[in-house]
Design a protein around this ligand. Structure first.
Ligand code: PLP
Length: 370
């Protein structure tokens, strides 16, 4: 059975009648419940209706889609952007478009499940390289990429369960040297990482044109729902003509596009949100480190605490819940075997006192390392 969650503020959630501080959402900038997004949504609904009424190519594509796509192209530094209803569908589209039957597709071992499913659907030959290991990828390229074979490389920008960054400068160099396409899914980087929150590419000083396709989602830092692919005009045209998850599905509701454009504007104008979630991340790491809690090297608001067994992760999650804190246990197959964890996430909506309370509670309830 699925638990019932009722968000009652940007940082709190009601779980089966109890109000808990939510430390496992993806609302990094605290925008999901921002009233300005609701106003933008309501205004667009009143004018254009809630539902798109058809797929983009038939009669569902409208003004708000166009405006958001233009704003996303500008934000990512890519020539064009194309909206999708979900990040899952965007990944299916872009991977199947760039890696067909007969191609070799190289995927980071810890890539998001939607990239893995996309790889299976593409019918490309799939090889997974060790997590974050550009040298391992290079060896695979040397061994497996016969000269005539088309090659694609795909990775998360920020890894969703670990919070670390892909070594994008090395991946870009390898892709360029081999003439391979490179797909970066920056669902957790955009809005949070890099100068101005422009994402993991910007963090490394790379422009949008360094990759073949950049995937972003709206359900994380932008607090709404939906996704996009950004890239060259030729890539976007190819997706419009061929991507089945674009063609054979109802267009994203225009009010969602309007609310997302409002979120994108607020995220850029109110840079304190990004600064705040990063400051709270630093506070969490410093306090947890001082309390002897083992952290990973993640520089993002995703701060996993590895516990090994599913039982240990569940027990820790329950103990936090009893103390008024909600941190879901993440277990295999979402993460590799023996890598069950608490996936702590921070938000600009948290207070310093809430972060301190989380650390103090973790210090009390976590098993003492041998
Ligand atoms: C959340 C997520 C997705 C899926 O996006 P949805 O819009 O929720 O379908 C894809 N990739 C990554 C890395 C994600 O974290």
């Amino acid at each position: 059975m699925q638990a019932f969650f009722k968000p009652d503020s940007a940082a709190h959630v009601e779980v089966e009648g109890r109000r808990l501080i939510n430390f496992c959402g993806n609302d990094y900038l605290g925008l999901a419940r921002d009233p300005r997004l609701a106003v933008a949504f309501a205004a667009a609904s009143a004018e254009l209706g809630v539902g798109a009424g058809a797929s983009h190519l038939i009669s569902g594509h409208g003004r708000e889609h166009e405006r958001l796509e233009a704003a996303l192209a500008a934000f990512t530094g890519c020539e064009q952007a194309l909206l999708f209803s979900t990040g899952y569908m965007a990944n299916l589209a872009v991977v199947t478009a760039l890696a067909g039957r007969g191609a070799l597709l190289l995927l980071d071992r810890l890539s998001h499940a939607s990239l893995i499913d996309a790889a299976l659907l593409s019918r490309a030959r799939l090889c997974r390289y060790p997590h974050g290991d550009a040298a391992g990828l290079k060896r695979l390229l040397e061994r497996r990429a016969a000269p005539a074979r088309p090659v694609s490389i795909a990775t998360d920008g920020v890894f969703s369960m670990d919070g670390d960054l892909a070594p994008l400068p090395q991946l870009v160099a390898l892709a360029q040297a081999r003439g391979a396409s490179l797909i970066v899914d920056d669902a957790h980087g955009l809005g949070v990482v890099g100068p101005g929150g422009h994402g993991t590419l910007a963090h490394f000083g790379l422009g949008g044109d360094a990759v073949t396709a950049l995937v972003g989602t709206f359900g994380k830092a932008f607090g709404t729902f939906g996704a996009f692919v950004a890239g060259s005009a030729a890539l976007i045209e190819h997706l419009i003509q061929s991507a089945r998850t674009y063609i054979y599905t109802t267009a994203l509701p225009q009010p969602l596009a309007a609310a997302t454009r409002a979120a994108l504007e607020i995220a850029q104008r109110e840079s304190w949100r990004r600064e705040r979630v990063l400051a709270l991340t630093a506070r969490f790491r410093a306090a947890a480190g001082a309390a002897g809690i083992a952290l990973t090297a993640s520089p993002t608001p995703i701060q996993p605490i590895l516990l090994g067994s599913s039982e240990a992760a569940l027990a820790a999650s329950r103990a936090l819940e009893a103390a008024g804190l909600w941190v879901a246990a993440i277990r295999p197959p979402t993460v590799p075997a023996h890598a069950a964890r608490l996936r702590v996430t921070l938000s600009a909506a948290h207070t310093e006192a809430e972060v301190d309370r989380l650390v103090a509670t973790l210090a009390r309830i976590l098993p003492v390392p041998p």
